[in-house]
Structure formats: C-alpha cells, structure tokens
Design a protein around this ligand. Structure first.
Ligand SMILES: [Zn+2]
Length: 238
C-alpha cells in the first residue's frame, strides 16, 4: 500500500494508520454503477477500500452521461460493471475491483454479498433494494441504501437487528424512481452514502435509526427518525 496516496486522510484522527488498515482489509459490495454508484465507487476506491465488488446488469447509454462519470462516450453500449471495474482498477492499483454484469435479485443476492463486510444499494428500483436487504439480513451484513429523484435524495444505514431495515421502512409502498436525475444531485447523495459507508467500515454508524434526507434545490439536509417494524418479515425475528 502506498501510504503517500492516503496522506491527507491518514492525518484525520478518525482514520490514521489503524483506520487505513481497516479500510484496506474491507470488502464492499456496491449494487448499481450509475449516477449514485459512480461517485460513491470513486470515493471508496480513492479512500483505499481494499476490495470492491460492483454489480450492474445494465449497459452504458447516452442518457447516462449527464451524471455517470465512471463512463465516457467510448463506453456506449458496453456493460457498466466491466467498465466500472476497469476504470477503478486503473484509478487505484492498491485495491481489487470485481465487476459482475448481473441484475441482483432474490436468486443471486446471497452469492453476490457473500464475504463482504458491507453492502451498498445504489440502484433505482425497490425490488433490487428489497432483494439486497433480504440477502444482507440472512448473512447479517450491514447495508447502506441511497436513492434520488430529481432534486431530492435519501440515505439509510441498516444494521440488522438494531436499526430499521428497508422492509420496515418501505413495506407496502413503491416510491417512483428513475425518472429525473441530475449529476449535481446524484453526486451529493453519493458522497453522503460514501461518508456513511466509510464511517461504518471504521466502526461507527453516523445515522443509526434515522433517514438522511437531502434537498438539493433548497440545499437542506434533514434527519428523520424511523422505527423498526415488529412484524417485519425480514428483520422482525432478528
Ligand atoms: Zn425490517
């Protein structure tokens, strides 16, 4: 590991050499390499998270390029997972990046999350979020979830059996997603997700039992308490 790369963050008391070793020893699954996943992955790769597994079944299209800065025009039509792995490996050769060109669902979630310390949902649909939530619950792997719509975004950090899970928060509802997206907003929410992820890898959940809400139009940040659901089919018995 080239320590000079991390000099500016090694100087931060919450990180230091011990924290840096912790990050280098960590494996993180990131589902979605789009508007949220791209800036988030850059932040994790730059910080020196040792192993990143990037899962995305999509290919790069022109309408992605207003916000998905892992890719450029030469990537059009190519799988996002492979492009992301290639770009991030070139960005930081200290780390290992695996790309899996697949849609995470109930059939493959367990296998994809296996051996990771933490998973991140950076997708644009509820079914993938809930499939990842269920897979993480079964293996007791903490989950950071983020979403955006237009100017607005949200972040939730799940520690199963301790904080509400995604099924507690979103059961029976299907918020519309994927319609509107601007790079300036997705980048801000991705940075919040990365900050939560890195702090959890270092041993502290900064938003336990709260949803972080970002308003990119009024430039406001809010924290709203959320409750566990006693009858939750995913975490109710944990
Ligand atoms: Zn739950």
């Amino acid at each position: 590991m080239e320590l000079e790369r991390y000099r500016r963050q090694l100087a931060m008391p919450e990180i230091g050499p011990e924290g840096q070793r912790k990050l280098a020893a960590s494996s993180v699954l990131v589902v979605g390499a789009g508007g949220l996943g791209g800036p988030l992955l850059y932040a994790l790769a730059g910080a020196g998270v040792g192993r990143l597994r990037v899962v995305d079944g999509d290919t790069v299209s022109l309408s992605n390029l207003n916000r998905q800065f892992l890719f450029d025009q030469a990537d059009l039509g190519r799988p996002k997972a492979e492009g992301a792995a290639r770009r991030l490996s070139a960005f930081n050769r200290d780390i290992t990046v695996e790309g899996a060109a697949a849609w995470l669902d109930q059939t493959n979630g367990a296998e994809l999350v296996k051996d990771c310390q933490l998973a991140v949902a950076a997708v644009d649909n509820l079914s993938a979020r809930l499939a990842l939530n269920a897979a993480c619950a079964r293996q007791n792997i903490p989950l950071v979830n983020g979403g955006v719509e237009g100017w607005y975004g949200s972040v939730l950090a799940v520690e199963f059996g301790v904080t509400p899970c995604l099924a507690c928060c979103y059961a029976g509802t299907a918020p519309e997603e994927g319609g509107q997206a601007l790079g300036a907003v997705t980048g801000a929410v991705a940075s919040l997700m990365a900050s939560v992820t890195l702090q959890m890898l270092l041993g502290r959940n900064p938003i336990p039992g709260e949803i972080l809400l970002y308003d990119g139009k009024r430039l406001e940040l809010d924290r709203v308490p959320v409750e566990r659901s006693p009858g939750c089919p995913i975490c109710g018995t944990l």
